[in-house]
Design a protein around this ligand. Structure first.
Ligand code: CP
Ligand code: NVA
Length: 323
């Protein structure tokens, strides 16, 4: 892979994203073949926001590859306050072979990647959630047998999950429709990037304010919470604005007969999705959650396989031997 870190789906050429999905499918099919692939290696997991899936899937995933996780809670690290990002990076690179980080500002993961000589994986920022998108497209591939040309309708807030869904969709030639209320569209720069990449892959990126337009004939309908972590103060206001964007049976009825319903979870049932839809026959949300494990095993394997356990620092010098 070109990049040593996994910060954004945008950092890779389309064939690398496809290759990672291929690897995830192989690992999922025969996990025992990879049981020693990262033997003795350690992944530090820094969380500045809560998590169920990201924490458990990385923890389980690294152990299934023969390695170990170290969980670091917000209170323990207090990134940038108790200790600078630089100092945390310089400590961790001496002890672990990879760092997963979930934080607020995207710049924090970029700083961590800049300063740490070991691979850094983005476990969600305010801007993007690339590991989620890898699990999402792995799920679509499993269920539909292909990705290119499929109509993928994201309905709700133009947030971190929407950005990564667009980036990966553009890389893989999907036709991604994003339906949001005005003022809640994805970041224009994200849309511009996705459109430019889609032009090279046969993909398409469409924005609309009408959920029905996105859902019409869709192969996939996807939604996420209306107020993300860190936006709790806006939750009540957003509930009113987003109400017409609820994914309910009537919206699903506009899609293809074999449409699948996806959600990164956690879900706020009764807000962005009804029980009828999330518990209904089209829903693949728990397969999608499981696929976090398999997709991230492929990512960890790719990034961490060549990082040695031995100290790379000379006892007399400051510089590591190789990166
Ligand atoms: N989808 C996801 O990232 O879930 P968590 O916030 O529980 O990790
Ligand atoms: N958009 C959500 C995703 C959670 C996995 C958030 O950032 O809270």
């Amino acid at each position: 892979m070109k990049s040593q870190d996994f910060l954004s789906i945008r950092d890779f050429p389309p064939e690398e994203i496809s290759r990672l999905l291929d690897s995830a499918q192989k690992i999922k099919a025969k996990p025992a073949d990879y049981a020693h692939a990262l033997e003795g290696k350690t992944l530090a997991m820094i969380f500045e926001k809560p998590s169920l899936r990201t924490r458990v899937s990385f923890d389980v995933g690294i152990q299934q590859l023969g390695g170990h996780p170290v969980y670091l809670s917000p209170a323990e690290i207090n990134l940038g306050k108790r200790e600078s990002v630089y100092d945390v990076a310089k400590n961790l690179e001496r002890m672990v072979q990879g760092v997963m980080i979930r934080t607020f500002a995207h710049e924090i993961v970029e700083q961590m990647a800049k300063h740490a000589s070991v691979p850094v994986i983005n476990g969600l920022t305010d801007y993007s959630h690339p590991c989620q998108a890898m699990a999402d497209y792995l799920t679509i591939l499993e269920v539909k047998g292909k990705i290119a040309g499929l109509k993928i309708a994201y309905v709700g807030d133009g947030n971190n999950v929407a950005h990564s869904l667009m980036f990966a969709g553009a890389q893989l030639g999907a036709h991604v429709w994003v339906a949001t209320p005005t003022k809640y569209e994805p970041d224009p720069k994200a849309t511009r990037w996705a459109r430019a990449r889609a032009e090279q892959t046969g993909g398409q990126i469409h924005l609309t304010a009408k959920p029905e337009e996105a859902a019409e004939g869709a192969d996939v309908i996807y939604t996420d919470v209306w107020a993300s972590m860190g936006q709790e103060a806006e939750a009540e206001k957003r509930k009113k604005i987003f109400r017409p964007y609820q994914v309910k049976a009537k919206l699903l009825a506009l899609a293809k007969e074999d449409v699948i319903f996806m959600h990164c979870l956690p879900a706020h049932r009764g807000d962005e999705v009804t029980d009828e839809v999330i518990d209904g026959p089209h829903s693949v949300v728990f397969q999608e959650a499981e696929n976090r494990v398999h997709a991230q095993k492929a990512i960890m394997l790719e990034l961490m396989k060549d990082v040695p356990i031995e100290s790379r620092w000379k006892t007399t010098g400051k510089r590591p031997v190789g990166r």
